[in-house]
Design a protein around this ligand. Structure first.
Ligand code: 2DT
Length: 213
C-alpha cells in the first residue's frame, strides 16, 4: 500500500482542543513519514497570512468581529489555500494539517452560533478538499489545562475550551473509531475528494476517521 510517486498524497488532519498535543503529534508524524521516504509537509489553519492577518488580529483581541463574519473568514482562509493544497496533493505530497473545517464548527458553535448553521446550512465548506484521515486527539480538559496553561489568545480559556469539547463531541458519529494505531497512509484515489453536499459535508467524519486516545 505504499504511496507511489505517481499517486497523490494524503490529506491528514489533526483536530482537538488547545494543548491536546497536535503540534507534537504532527511533528512526529511528519518525521516518521519522512523516514519512510514520503514527500510530506506540515500545515496549519488558520494560516496567518492573507485573510489570516484579520483572523490573527481577531484572535489576539486587537479587533472585534461578528461571530458569523469570523467564522466565514476562517472558511475563506481555507479557500485561499485550496488550489495550493490540491497541487501539492496531486504532485504526490502528503499534507499533515493542524486544524481544518472541524475546528470551524467546534469553535464557532461553542460561541453560541447555531451548530447546523456552522456545519452544513451555509455550505461554505462544500468544495474544499475532504481529508482522507482525521485524528481527533482526545484529551481531558484537566490534562490540557495542566500542560503549562493557555496562552493569551481569545479562545484559550478553560470555560470556553469546555464548550469546544462539547461541540467536538457533537461532531462525533458512528464512523468515529477509537483506535490508536495507524499505518502509513494507503493509496488514495488519484483525484482528491471534495466535500460533497450530499455527504453532509466535511463534518461528517468518514469511515477512515480515527479517534486517538
Ligand atoms: P491555533 O491556536 O491552532 O493557531 O488556532 N479556529 C481555527 C476556529 O475558530 N475556526 C477555524 O476554522 C480554525 C481553523 C481554533 C487558533 C484558534 O482558531 C480557532 C483556535
Amino acid at each position: 500500500n505504499d504511496l507511489k510517486k505517481d499517486s497523490r498524497g494524503a490529506l491528514i488532519v489533526l483536530e482537538g482542543l488547545d494543548r491536546c498535543g497536535k503540534t507534537s503529534q504532527s511533528a512526529r508524524l511528519l518525521s516518521s513519514l519522512e523516514g519512510l521516504r514520503y514527500s510530506v509537509e506540515s500545515w496549519r489553519f488558520p494560516d496567518r497570512t492573507g485573510v489570516g492577518l484579520m483572523i490573527s488580529s481577531y484572535l489576539s483581541n486587537q479587533s472585534q468581529l461578528d461571530d458569523h463574519a469570523i467564522h466565514l473568514l476562517f472558511s475563506a482562509n481555507r479557500w485561499e489555500k485550496r488550489s495550493l493544497m490540491e497541487a501539492k496533493l496531486m504532485s504526490g505530497t502528503t499534507l499533515i494539517v493542524d486544524r481544518y473545517s472541524y475546528s470551524g464548527v467546534a469553535f464557532s458553535s461553542a460561541k453560541g452560533l447555531d451548530f447546523q448553521w456552522c456545519k452544513v446550512k451555509k455550505k461554505n465548506e462544500v468544495g474544499l478538499l475532504a481529508p482522507d484521515l482525521v485524528f481527533y486527539l482526545d484529551i481531558s480538559l484537566e490534562k490540557a489545562a495542566e500542560r503549562g496553561g493557555y496562552g493569551g489568545e481569545r479562545y484559550e480559556q478553560l470555560e470556553f475550551q469546555k464548550k469546544v469539547a462539547e461541540s467536538y463531541k457533537k461532531l462525533t458519529d458512528a464512523s468515529w473509531k477509537e483506535k490508536v494505531t495507524y499505518g502509513s497512509p494507503s493509496c488514495f484515489s488519484e483525484i482528491p475528494a471534495t466535500v460533497e453536499e450530499k455527504e453532509a459535508a466535511v463534518m461528517s467524519v468518514n469511515e477512515a476517521s480515527l479517534i486517538e486516545k
